[in-house]
Write a protein that binds this ligand. Structure first.
Ligand code: AMP
Length: 275
């Protein structure tokens, strides 16, 4: 497994790789867990597997969140080694900065909802780094998790608009035995608060059942919000939305999901379930 930090070395790696081999790209911010591993394992072993590890400052609207983001490079390297990754791209901030597309961006409407509304600049930061990674690696496949569903739609939009030959593969959310969606941010939560973390999925799942049984959406949503409040879990958004457009819905349809962002121990967590 190679670890490369510079763009020059990346360019020569890409130039020299066997032309008949496909490239699979798995972009991450490191602190790898089983969710990331699922993405890595889903890439065909016949392809060149590239994992990028880069904590992208541009997508953090909160500087403290950026500074305290867990960085565990040594562990991440052994996770990648164990999972037959061929190349790690772990660039320095300065390597990336000057290469990002700063002018030409066209964020679709759906990036203004949910995380887009609450985290100014977040999706522009995602857009700029991901477009850059697709440009330098020219991957055939790129792997992203449905846990970050709004981001996944943006990635598909970028691929459709600029990289028509690139196939985006989406991977179901990996959860632990308590149905908690794995996230690097979980390491910032105290063990005493794990009971609260478990409630997120439980409440979403209960909402799903109620909606499927025909209960009124506004009533269901309100009672879930009360449950979060009673457990001292501040909720940033809790919405029923279309999986295609992310437009807010007031009734379930054949392609919709419930999306949440909330805070536990001041750590922002997101999750979603399809209905
Ligand atoms: P991150 O390192 O958090 O930026 O995530 C890198 C990639 O891993 C993104 O495509 C995420 O959606 C995906 N990912 C993160 N957590 C999970 C999870 N629990 N299950 C599946 N994919 C995940």
């Amino acid at each position: 497994m190679k670890v490369i930090n510079s763009l020059k070395d990346i360019r020569s790696f890409i130039k020299n790789h066997k032309p008949n081999k496909k490239i699979s790209l798995i972009p991450t911010m490191g602190n790898l867990h089983s969710g990331h591993v699922e993405l890595i394992k889903s890439a065909p072993s016949s392809s060149v597997k590239i994992v990028s590890i880069y904590v992208n400052e541009l997508q953090f609207n909160d500087r403290n969140d950026y500074l305290s983001y867990p960085r565990t490079l040594e562990d991440d390297l052994s996770v990648c080694e164990d999972n037959n990754v061929d190349l790690i791209f772990n660039p320095d901030h300065l390597v990336i900065g000057e290469h990002l597309d700063s002018n030409k961006y066209d964020l679709p409407k759906f990036t203004t909802y949910m995380c887009g509304a609450k985290r100014p600049g977040h999706f522009l930061g995602v857009y700029r780094i991901v477009k850059f990674l697709f440009e330098i690696f020219e991957p055939n496949y790129a792997y992203f998790g449905k846990k970050d569903f709004q981001q996944l739609l943006l990635i598909k939009y970028i691929a459709n608009t600029y990289f028509p030959k690139l196939k985006i593969i989406d991977i179901d959310t990996v959860r632990n035995c308590n149905n908690v969606a794995l996230s690097s941010r979980l390491s910032k939560i105290s063990s005493g608060s794990f009971g609260k973390v478990k409630l997120i999925f439980q409440i979403l799942q209960a909402m799903k059942k109620k909606l499927q049984s025909g209960l009124d959406y506004n009533f269901t949503r309100e009672s879930s919000l009360i449950e979060f409040k009673n457990n001292n879990i501040p909720v940033e958004y809790l919405d029923l939305r279309s999986l295609d457009t992310l437009k807010e819905l007031v009734k379930v349809n054949s392609k919709c999901g419930i999306f949440i962002a909330c805070y536990i121990d001041n750590v922002r967590l997101i999750d979603n379930i399809e209905i």
